[in-house]
Design a protein around this ligand. Structure first.
Ligand code: FES
Length: 170
């Protein structure tokens, strides 16, 4: 695919994201150095990095798809599967696990109608475990999209789930 081609059968990006990508690439003397920023931009628009997306990025930067795949699988912030419109990440690392993060996660799954690593039927919610979210003294800690929540025990998890269900994301 050429640099000017914007679409494949399985993968396409908005003109806004394409413009950002073309701009970001100019910041680097070597195009390949823009791989991480491009992955962030693609995930920002699509919610995850699909195989066709990896191939598209590789082509755009003159890399092989495996070069991109290795980065996606190495960095935990990149997702290979679709997520809901609201994505919940519950810390499962030791400090949070000891104060009940697994129970918190179970309550959220039940209340939001969402299996772990899955997406709710209406596409609204997805839940996954995350490694330490840097709030170890105030666990259980979780994030909903970019919002950080601390001390979320089972009761607070149930309240949070109710609030999320009544909120409409912009
Ligand atoms: S162990 Fe959960 S935030 Fe660090």
């Amino acid at each position: 695919m050429s640099d000017t081609q914007t679409e494949t059968e399985e993968f396409s990006l908005s003109s806004e994201t394409l413009a950002k990508i073309d701009e970001v690439i100019t910041h680097y003397p070597e195009k390949r150095s823009a791989t991480l920023p491009l992955l962030h931009l693609v995930q920002e628009e699509k919610g995850y990095i699909s195989r066709p997306a990896m191939e598209w990025i590789a082509d755009k930067l003159g890399l092989t798809p495996i070069n991109v795949y290795e980065l996606v699988t190495f960095y935990p912030m990149f997702r290979e599967k679709p997520v809901g419109r609201r994505h919940v990440r519950v810390c499962r690392t030791l400090s949070c696990a000891l104060v009940g993060s697994h129970k918190t996660c179970k309550v959220l799954q039940d209340k939001l109608g969402c299996e772990l690593d899955g997406v709710s039927e209406d596409g609204e919610f997805s839940i996954e475990y995350a490694e330490c979210l840097a709030g170890c003294g105030t666990g259980p800690v979780l994030m909903v999209d970019d919002d950080f929540y601390e001390n979320i025990d089972e009761a607070k998890a149930a309240e949070l789930a109710e609030r999320l269900k009544t909120e409409k994301k912009d």
